[in-house]
Design a protein around this ligand. Structure first.
Ligand code: GTP
Ligand code: MG
Length: 370
């Protein structure tokens, strides 16, 4: 078709009409939902969402990345930083994650019973920080394999009594490749053999120069065991967050990434999602990787049922027809029909890719077999 109304175009590219009206407004055009757009205007708007206009508007709805476009600056607000922890074997990654959770979550959290959902949030100086509980290496490998960016900041844990080791260097390379800022946690400072200067010296050789030495890398000496220095680390994370200004638009349909997922005997498919933009709500029609469904129940990192989850929030959901994979993208759609359509198309594509092209049933192949 040569022309569409704003409302029709919005529907075709799975967007809110208000979003398109806003885009038009920024281009100097006052429009309503019934405004008719010509071919050029349609191309311009569709192009902003990475949608190519041919004769008919065709959207590759099976490509979930299409929905990860950034929103207009004025619709974005501050969101918590998403942090992962990396470092050499035994340098204290797990102890640090536990220590942060225990010191921070138990304060003011009734009972302090934390359900393990692969990610958690803490509050420091009234601001939230999200920690991904998955090993940093795995998170980065998944991110690289799927092209899904999930981490804002990485904490590089280096044991002060051991110094820079092979996996320390590997972690630095991962973070640099992903262009994720690094904060160095010089751990095990409680040990007698601890030598923070040596760690600083060694990391200098890998391009991480401490601020104290005229560089730009934040070093935080701490002990994951005693808890000493952890508040300082959290403050540094907030500082980096302020500088980098991580933002998202809570007033749109949610998109994000799967942190982990499994099949639960009683509850069926259970997936921990990191909401990266928008707000996820109970009842939302959703496509997750190659599966789909409706968000039936949501549980936060404290094990509490919640009705919605905003940007940077990890949340565990049920209601999917199948089990997605870590690193899969998720997108909330307007209605269940669309979610089903996209989900089934993706499942079909995945199946075909898995079995090879031969399994496609066409009239031709049917006749061949007769
Ligand atoms: P992997 O997951 O195997 O790579 O190890 P990790 O980096 O998660 O290290 P983990 O937290 O398991 O700690 C390894 C050992 O170091 C454990 O025995 C911890 O108790 C100890 N440890 C961790 N942090 C500290 C610390 O700050 N001080 C001291 N003294 N020991 C620590
Ligand atoms: Mg560990």
């Amino acid at each position: 078709s040569e022309s569409l109304t704003v409302g029709e175009l919005a529907k075709k590219i799975y967007r809110e009409p208000s979003e398109i009206i806003k885009k038009l407004f920024l281009l100097g055009v006052m429009a309503t939902i019934n405004q008719v757009l010509d071919k050029d205007a349609i191309e311009l708007i569709a192009g902003e969402y990475g949608v190519e206009v041919e004769e008919e508007i065709k959207v590759d709805t099976t490509d979930l990345e299409v929905y990860f476009t950034e929103d207009a600056a004025e619709s974005q607000v501050e969101r918590p930083s998403v942090v992962t922890i990396m470092g050499h074997v035994d340098h204290g990654k797990t102890t640090l994650l536990d220590s942060i959770r225990n010191t921070k979550v138990t304060e003011g959290e009734a009972g302090g019973i934390t359900q393990h959902i692969g990610a958690y949030q803490v509050v420091e100086n009234g601001k939230k920080i999200t920690f991904l509980d998955t090993p940093g290496h795995a998170a980065f490998t998944t991110m690289r394999a799927r092209g899904a960016k999930i981490t804002d900041i990485t904490i590089l844990v280096v044991a002060a009594d051991d110094g820079v080791m092979p996996q320390t260097v590997e972690a630095i390379n991962h973070a640099k490749a992903a262009e994720v800022p690094i904060i160095v946690a010089v751990n095990k400072m409680d040990k007698e053999a601890a030598n923070a200067d040596r760690v600083m010296q060694e990391l200098t050789e890998h391009g991480l120069v401490a601020e104290a030495w005229g560089g730009e890398t934040i070093f935080v000496p701490l002990s994951a065991k005693t808890g000493e220095g952890i508040d300082n680390l959290l403050e540094m994370i907030l500082l980096v967050g302020e500088v980098e200004e991580y933002k998202a638009n809570p007033n749109r349909k949610a998109v994000g990434t799967v942190i982990e997922a499994q099949l639960d005997k009683g509850r069926g498919s259970v997936a921990t999602l990191l909401v990266q933009n928008g707000t996820l709500k109970i009842g939302d029609p959703i496509v997750v990787g190659n599966t789909f469904g409706r968000v039936r129940a949501m549980v936060n990192d404290k094990g509490r049922r919640v009705k919605e989850a905003g940007p940077s929030t990890p949340v565990e959901i049920t209601g999917l027809s199948d089990v997605p994979q870590a690193g899969d993208r998720f997108v909330v759609f307007e209605d269940e029909k669309t979610a089903r359509h996209v989900g089934e198309a993706r499942a079909q594509t995945a199946l075909v890719a898995q079995r090879g092209e031969k399994s496609i049933v066409s009239l031709e192949t049917l006749f061949d077999q007769l």
